[in-house]
Write a protein of this length. Sequence first.
Length: 678
Amino acid sequence: MSDRYQALANSPLAGGVVKRLGLPVPPRLERHEPGKPVASGAVLVGSARGGRLLDPAVEVLRSARATVETDPDAGREDGTRFGALLFDASGIDSSERLRALYEFFHPVIRRLAPSGRAIVLGARRDDLEDPRAATAQRAVGGFTRSIAKEVGARGSTSQLVAVAAGAERAMESTLRFLLSTRSAYVSGQVIRLEATGPEAIVVPDDWERPLAGRVAAVTGAARGIGAAIAETLARDGAHVISIDVPGAGDALSEAANRIGGTALRLDVTDPGAPERLVDHVAERHGKLDAMVHNAGITRDKTLGRMSEEQWDAVLAVNLTSQEGINAALLERDLMGAGGRIISVSSVSGIAGNRGQANYATSKAGVIGIVDALAPVMRERGATINAVAPGFIETQMTAAMPLATREVARRINSLSQGGLIGGGGERLPEHALEVEAVAIDRDHLATYCRICGCGLRESAVPPTYPHVLAFPLAMALMSERSFPFPLLGLVHIANRIEQRAPIAAGSRPTLRLWAENFRPHRRGRQLDLVTEARVDGEAVWREASTYLRRGEGGGDGGRSSRADQSARGEVAAVWSVSGDVGRRYAEVSGDRNPIHLHGLAARPFGFPGAIAHGMWMNARCLGALEGRLPGALVASVEFRSPLRIPGQARFRLRSEGGRYALALESADGERTHMVGDAG
């Protein structure tokens, strides 16, 4: 589900209110997109005296085509921020020398860009014989965790990478991950790299697809975190075996097909499950490069109220199944050099949690599996690790009580839950439909009167079906799966294709869905598409484009219509009454407070009430009645708000059977809407 408070707090309308009230503002994190550079800006590097990791780290940066900077004053005069700060602390061998951290980070920490990275390279304490050096290196972890909490408000992260002696040349994949947007929700962590021989270091041909040619298996892959893990592995080039219980068959098949993987219906608690899995791997692929144990369940009760079945079920799925699968894979020698086992644990397994004695026991046991098998995997040239996710936005967490869910979201350094499935900004994949909508003649007459349209039995105004479908739009945008809250979305464009007029006596079937989620120079934009069918034939289609302001990233936005339309002749000057917003809200159902009254609009940054964009659209097309054909295409872009009460000039120019139009302020200084119709 989406974090509606985060979206609200970052919206241009409500954001100011949230800040004035002193409420937290969870930052928008820069998420991974193919082709993005490893570092979003220059990487400032430094080292404590005696450090051994800076030179190999700089080699990695140059290999990743990052800009390396050694001067902390670079760009200070023009306000340039650093994309990352990287410091080699491996030479710090006493508490007195910890001051090197302060001296490097203090002058530049406030120049770290939003969604920036602070990375400290340290030594593995196990390698250090001097107690003072080991103490100092342990202290570095406290520093990086604190920095994570300080920079998290801007969406930035901080990590410590503890590099064993002999692992200096094995840092590349770790540094690329931590510097990039792939690690957007990873912060305050300590990553430990063990020594390895050069033969174990594999450099992929393409860092965008580092798993090309590999085979990975993921349990619990039908939905949620498991499906997102499978998608990520497939995105990075792996062929994925998606595994889930037979009851999840349809969802599992859909998830596997979406990524071009293989669906394997398997109950991991079945005694024969390990053999079935290894037989599948041996017959189809010959080996397995990565095994991700994600399958997990909860059966929460305090211990005194917990049944035997609730205890046994959680331990069987979350822990015992992993032991059986790991043993089968190793016994059949299907995971050799370069293999990876990744187990999903939980913070409950580290800290415990009331009412989750069974779950916490199982997840602590997962960490125990990793500790026990690490030496075995090392001998094979392979690795095993556990990941303990924080609060992740899933169907399971969506079912939590509101207060519990909000606290869980806000307690980490980034003040938000983790997102699955491409950053969590996905549009609902379903459509909403209502059949045989009756057109109320009184409602139609009121609409025409407010919008200045002619009332005809043979054809409703081309903008009128937008009003009929408005309840569907509100329903879709109010769903938990919709990525943004209603409040803060800006209607920036509308396109209507009418293949035939809709008679007032017809009963159209309306279908609405969301599509075309894409970047905009001021944020992200999407289309709500509505189709009207009469007697089974599609006669009308509309695409309303909405903008969610934020960090821009695309070329989408304003077209070149403004200059062309502005050259049209002034066809009319309209006086717009102060109550037109309330009247249109009543007939359309669009009761956004910015349209209703000046007092309601001011908390959202407007000096007074403004007219609805679709009222402006209807008013302009209404002025063209008698000149537009029954089959038409009308496309408009909404520019600056039209303050009400006020005056507006309607400009018009004929262009080969089409009309270029514009609505502007009475003095011509501001363009409220531009478009064309015909």
